[in-house]
Design a protein around this ligand. Sequence first.
Ligand code: G1P
Length: 290
Amino acid sequence: MKRVRKAVLPVAGFGTRVLPATKTIPKEMLPIFDRPAIQYVVDEALAAGIEHFVFVTGRNKGAIEDYFDTAYELEASLEAKGKTEILAEIADTKPVPGSMSFVRQQAPLGLGHAIWCARDIIGDEPFAILLPDVLIQAEPSCLAQMIEVFNETGGNVIAVEQVPADEVNKYGIIDPESREGNRIRMRGMVEKPTIDAAPSNLSITGRYILQGDVFEYLADQAAGAGGEIQLTDAMARLMADQDFHAVEYEGTSYDCGSKLGYLRASVAYALSHDELGDGASEIVRSLLPS
Ligand code: G1P
């Protein structure tokens, strides 16, 4: 069985739900406490053994590519001043040379279309998708938990979590067939169903391991929910030919796609910071009315 070596990170979205913060800065570069959101997602994937990243970008997303490059003047200046600790922190963010590719999605046609834009770089092998709007605190990382399942089941594996019944219309929702521990065999999935049409309250969390065959389905996928080409619809078709398992992963997810979700993530990551967590906790407490 082929190993999961590559990951696609779709980062072309405008970030309209967190404007004006995202007017000139890609939402993936907004800091969650002390680092850009995208760094957490890359770290999650690295912890799961991912070796190559494909960013599907759009206009005004150049800051992401620059972030993962050498910042020559900055690094030379830090070195001249002997600021070795900060220099080491910056060095930690740099990927292995040649391990990141960037392709453009030229029109906002939906998540399914964004993933399809990565087809030539992925080729015919199983690959991961991580939606950078969703940050997940988990040990082992969410993707590592999924790869553990994938190594036993093969096929396709997606991460799910339970959501309140009145929120199913915000997510892709799976139709479970049977469950063994945290592993669920699936028989269907639907993107953003109404409460009445939802087959469960298990939402797709934004982490996927898919076979390269999904690109064939994405190639002619018709627009679905919201008038967009949906990844969920292509996966639902692929399911007729291939196994799909869902993993109810252990961990906590943070949806940074909204202003309050972003705040929640920022506070949570500050509180769990190795060195600054205690200080962050004092500040958060002091801000609450007594
Ligand atoms: C996307 C997916 C959806 C998934 C969600 C997770 O929706 O289409 O299936 O549940 O991410 O955040 P979006 O949030 O882009 O509308």
